[in-house]
Design a protein around this ligand. Structure first.
Ligand code: APR
Length: 186
């Protein structure tokens, strides 16, 4: 694990499986339908259990057309997960969003962190949103994700933001991005 101390919180980079993360909240890389899918979305639904779908159906009722826009985040309980809360984020589909992709990706992290502050959630784990099925090159996504989170932690909490990265290549991309952003480990 690599740790960076920022003014208002700690940023961690670690390789692992986000479904076993012990932070109060974990973020999900969902789609606009919010009815599950593959990748980390599938893993989180399997670990959380069937109640998660019921909770998301409830959330969808308040959304226009039952869809969550790209760049937005909504919150549900964690049910069978160790995490108490799941922050469902809809990342950009890289090919479809084009030059809007960085802003929409940053928005996912900013919205998730705003929900943490609203709900007094002191620790959150993020996967590498959009860098799987949604095709966002991880070398381009990592600086956007870390930039958004580091900027937020310069101003306010949560106390701990952890990136739980599923494979060594993704972890390496985030470590390089942290270095390029001038983040000092320790
Ligand atoms: N823990 C942490 N990270 C994981 C896990 C896990 N258990 N499983 C997969 N990942 C990683 C992937 O390796 C990738 O780095 O999450 C990152 C995001 O990949 P995806 O899960 O494919 O998410 P995304 O690219 O945002 O695409 C979202 O895929 O699964 C569907 O329903 C989802 O339609 C949505 C789309």
């Amino acid at each position: 694990m690599t740790t960076f101390s920022l003014r208002c919180g700690t940023l961690e980079l670690v390789q692992g499986d986000i479904t076993v993360a012990d932070t109060v909240a974990i973020a999900n890389a969902a789609n606009s339908m919010l009815m599950g899918g593959g990748g980390v979305d599938g893993a989180i639904h399997r670990a959380a259990g069937p109640e998660l779908l019921d909770a998301l159906r409830e959330v969808k009722r308040a959304l226009p057309g039952g869809l969550l826009d790209t760049g937005r985040a909504v919150l549900t309980p964690g049910f069978g997960l160790p995490a108490r809360v799941i922050l469902h984020c809809v990342g950009p589909i890289y090919e479809r969003e084009g030059e809007r992709a960085p802003e929409l990706l940053a928005s996912c992290y900013r919205e998730a962190l705003a929900l943490c502050r609203e709900h007094a959630i002191e620790s959150v784990s993020f996967p590498s949103i959009s860098t799987g099925v949604y095709g966002y090159p991880v070398t381009e996504a990592a600086p956007v994700a870390l930039g958004a989170v580091a900027a937020a932690l310069a101003e306010a909490g949560p106390r701990l933001c952890r990136f739980v990265l599923f494979d060594a290549e993704t972890l390496q991309a985030y470590l390089l991005a942290a270095r390029d952003l001038g983040l000092e480990p320790g």
